[in-house]
Design a protein around this ligand. Structure first.
Ligand code: ZN
Length: 238
């Protein structure tokens, strides 16, 4: 079997994953980054520095890390993975995530995917966040916990909603499974999703986990929508 680029199907010489063109098209998020929001700084400002946005409106989670901005090759990979039936992308995408989020991950971490409502689960057949979380858990030795967080109600799609509508849409949409509260108590959680397009979903999940007894919540996503290009992430913060 000739090796193929994960993104465009061109032949490639090694199993690195991407051909040079698609590699160039990945807007990797390079360090140094904001300690809280994971957004890159133009120059090195030292360890654990917060961006102005993190200072003015700190997020409910501790830290966010993502592999790349949601554009170019990263966007193509996400769409192929989520809607194109390319489930095998979970492995390379999850490995990139483990690397991008290495300072968040620990063998003691609980690796929790953002849940999909069962009705959407049926129509799409799999939860892409859960597939990524499984790979991340395997890579870091953490515990994969797909059933801790429950989606209580089916939410409207967030696309096209204002920031306030988004918050309302997902408010109380998530809760911790009461039968599993003891597994969460005092633990560090790394919440996993494919893209952070609406910070409101991540915020609602984080609040549910903290209310359920988690000691701390970090967030790891494959892609981050560029805040300068999308109002969707201007409300990463609550
Ligand atoms: Zn390619």
């Amino acid at each position: 079997m000739p090796l193929r680029c994960l993104c465009c199907d061109r032949k490639v010489g090694s199993d690195d994953g991407l051909c040079p063109v698609c590699w160039h098209g990945m807007a990797f998020i390079e360090r140094p980054v904001c300690h809280r929001l994971g957004t890159p700084f133009a120059y090195d400002v030292g360890e654990e520095t917060w961006s102005p946005r993190a200072i003015t409106s700190p997020p409910v989670f501790d830290r966010l890390r993502s592999v790349a901005f949601y554009e170019g090759s990263a966007q193509r990979l996400v769409l192929a993975f989520k809607f194109g039936g390319r489930r095998e992308l979970a492995r390379p995408m999850g490995k990139w995530m483990s690397n991008a989020g290495r300072e968040l991950l620990d063998p003691d971490s609980l690796i929790v995917p953002v849940p999909l409502h069962w009705a959407r689960m049926i129509s799409r057949r799999f939860n892409q966040a859960a597939a990524l979380a499984q790979v991340v858990a395997k890579e870091c030795g953490g515990t994969y916990e797909p059933d801790l967080l429950k989606r209580r109600k089916r939410t409207r799609r967030q696309v096209g909603l204002s920031a306030e509508e988004r918050r309302k849409n997902v408010r109380s949409a998530f809760g911790v499974d009461k039968a599993r509260l003891d597994r969460l108590d005092g633990r560090h959680v790394v919440l996993i999703d494919d893209v952070i397009t609406t910070g409101s979903t991540i915020t609602a999940c984080t609040k549910a986990l903290l209310a359920g007894g988690a000691a701390s919540v970090d967030v790891l996503t494959f892609a981050l929508a560029d805040p300068s290009q999308s109002d969707a992430v201007s409300e990463i913060s609550p």
